[in-house]
Design a protein around this ligand. Structure first.
Ligand code: SAM
Length: 279
């Protein structure tokens, strides 16, 4: 069917531009809207993504289409908590450590709370990155965090660089998904992991009807009330409906060269996490 954005009739370049405008328009209100549209559940989905990643200290992560930093901040919190636990275990194991040794360990922890872990947030949209940087400053994240303007279809990174590649609610906005997947493969180290969190297909027919009603009737209204922007939120709903279902995305990820590709449905398939490895 013809959609509001007339996806069938526009060139890739026009589509890219329209998507850029959508995120430029919503950047300031993006986080509030996320909470109100998903009733805060996007936070749980993102937590599950980072738990699945289970990063160890030293992990180098690139979060593509990283927007305002939600995945990056969760990654940092996770690694910090792993480091804290390790420190506590170390202290427990060596109960007879001197005070000097204990305080030295704490000092090291203070200076390098992430160990050698780093996260690079990469997004095509300057406005989203700007809001992300402001949030990072406000929330006190700086160590191990950097922001890079870049297109998922042509990443500005060397080959074999990252341990993990994440893309959360981003891949459906990318014009050429096949290229983005190839790029994900290229920038990962051998053994590296690809993780994608994205809206997907609800299998339960009753839930699917309710979800459709909510998406098409409620979300654009919320967009208008909160962000004064009906069209951008209508785009978001349409882009979710047009996105390939779980099995199809799995095949696309395999076609890009990934191994051991599987997915986990969350909230009855409203979203899914796809995972794959570069061998
Ligand atoms: N990952 C964040 C989150 O989960 O909150 C942001 C998701 S937001 C729905 C989608 C993001 O994808 C936007 O920040 C947008 O600028 C970005 N994006 C769209 N097309 C892109 C592309 N080709 N390359 C990189 N980022 C892109």
């Amino acid at each position: 069917p013809q959609t509001h954005f007339g996806f069938q009739n526009v060139s890739e370049e026009e589509r890219r531009e329209k998507i850029y405008q959508v995120f430029e328009n919503v950047a300031e209100k993006y986080d509030v809207m996320n909470d109100s549209m998903t009733l805060g559940i996007h936070r749980v989905w993102k937590d599950i993504l980072v738990h699945k990643m289970n990063p160890s200290p030293g992990t180098l992560l690139v979060d593509v289409a990283g927007g305002t930093g939600d995945i990056a901040f969760r990654f940092i919190n996770y690694v910090r908590s792993v480091r804290e636990r390790q420190l506590q275990q170390k202290l427990k194991r060596h109960q007879n450590l001197s005070w000097q040794e204990i305080s030295k360990s704490y000092e090291e922890e203070k200076v390098k709370p992430l160990g050698d872990s780093q996260v690079v947030v990469c997004d095509i949209n300057k406005e989203m990155l700007k809001v992300g940087k402001q949030r990072a400053q406000h929330l006190g994240y700086s160590e191990g965090l950097s922001w890079v303007l870049g297109n998922a279809e042509e990443l500005p990174f060397d080959d074999d660089k990252f341990d993990v590649y994440t893309i959360a609610f981003g891949i459906r906005n990318v014009t050429r998904i096949d290229l983005a997947l190839q790029e994900a493969y290229r920038v990962l180290k051998p053994g590296g992991r690809f993780l994608c969190l994205e809206f997907s297909q609800v299998s339960n027919p009753l839930l699917s009807r309710l979800y459709d009603l909510y998406s098409f009737q409620v979300i654009p209204v919320l967009g208008e009330i909160i962000a004064g922007d009906w069209k951008s939120y209508q785009y978001l709903v349409e882009s979710i409906r047009r996105f390939p279902p779980q099995e199809e995305l799995k095949e696309m990820i395999e076609d890009a060269g990934f191994f051991k590709v599987d997915y986990q449905n969350l909230s009855s398939g409203i979203v899914a996490i796809h995972s794959g490895f570069k061998l």
